[in-house]
Design a protein around this ligand. Structure first.
Ligand code: KIV
Length: 327
């Protein structure tokens, strides 16, 4: 006798892990990496098949309106991280350690990186190479997956002299490679290269065993990161990196929607009949007649008050313009 077919439970989306990312690299599949700071963006990104999300300290600029990334606190980052992790069931989520959350001590680094994991992130990212290798070792020894970040590291923009392309000479690329190797030695699983010529990124990638992701680092990397506000056209500010391709113009679209809403409210077109909650006609009639009674009573009271005010106006003020309202 044939067996009844087993009813298959709906399969939960498979979580992207470091092993998944390593398998993408082995198969030459580029990972799709996007910043997210809130729940809806995480949900939309997952629906679109994005595999990696960075809760970036770029939130300081994109969401909070600071002039650079230094102004966002650990507390704020954790709010963004929790929101993103609520929306990201499948994507690999990286929490970005903000300025001063790891620079001062190993204990700070472990505690703050751990807080991102408790918030639901899969890994953390921190900026720097050999000089923070000790911190990276402290975090990886605590069982935390760490992604390094080299090249244009915005938390050190004062030292770098602003937002500048890095790795433009062989010597500079060799230093970046040494930094990447120091991160690898410290147990990092990946490194993000920002704002490098494509040849430079390829040079580094060929010399390390890390997963190598790029933002503005050309095609020879294991995955591409972009800032969601940049590709959606919703970044408010003057920075327009060369490596950004816009896929939407949300700034004009959002402004257009807000302007139309304001016009409709002012012209009495909103709310329309379709936005009103229906009610039993009998109840409606009852409420309407109660309103009519109330407004009659009110106008009676107002005219009584008016006449009293007139009577009480002191004689010496009669015929002069009052300096202030009488009541
Ligand atoms: O915070 C961020 O979005 C980043 C990218 C700019 C790399 O760190």
């Amino acid at each position: 006798m044939s067996q009844p077919a087993l009813a298959l439970a709906p399969t939960a989306p498979k979580k992207v892990t470091v092993a998944t990312l390593a398998s993408y690299k082995a198969r030459g599949r580029s990972a799709v990496f996007l910043t997210a700071y809130d729940y809806p963006t995480a949900v939309f990104a997952e629906r679109a098949g994005v595999e990696m999300l960075l809760v970036g300290d770029s939130a300081a600029m994109t969401v909070l309106g600071h002039p650079n990334t230094l102004g966002v606190s650990m507390e704020e980052m954790l709010i963004f991280a929790r929101a993103v992790c609520r929306g990201a069931k499948r994507a690999f989520v990286v929490g970005d350690l903000p300025f001063l959350s790891y620079q001062a001590s190993d204990a700070d680094a472990v505690r703050n990186a751990g807080a991102f994991l408790i918030a639901g992130c899969d890994a953390v990212k921190c900026e720097g190479g050999a000089r923070i290798a000790g911190r990276v070792r402290a975090m990886t020894d605590a069982g935390i997956a760490v992604m390094g970040h080299l090249g244009l590291t915005p938390q050190s923009q004062a030292q770098l002299g602003g937002y500048r392309v890095q790795g433009k000479t062989l010597a500079a690329v060799q230093r970046l490679t040494e930094d990447a190797l120091a991160l690898q030695e410290a147990g990092a699983f990946a490194v993000l290269l920002e704002a490098l010529p494509a040849e430079a990124a390829a040079y580094v990638r060929e010399r390390v065993d890390l997963l190598v992701y790029g933002i503005g680092a050309g095609p020879h990397v294991d995955g591409q990161l972009v800032i969601s506000h940049d590709i959606l056209g919703s970044f408010v500010g003057d920075i327009r990196p060369r490596f950004v391709r816009r896929y939407a113009e949300l700034d004009t679209e959002i402004e257009r929607a807000f302007r139309s809403y304001a016009d409709d409210v002012r012209a009495g077109r909103f709310p329309g009949p379709e936005h009103l909650y229906p009610i039993e006609p009998a109840h409606e009639a009852e409420i309407r007649s109660a309103r009519a009674c109330h407004s009659e009573e009110r106008s009676d009271k107002e005219s009584a008050l008016d006449s009293r005010v007139k009577v009480q106006t002191p004689r010496r003020y009669a015929g002069t313009t009052p300096l202030a309202p009488t009541l």
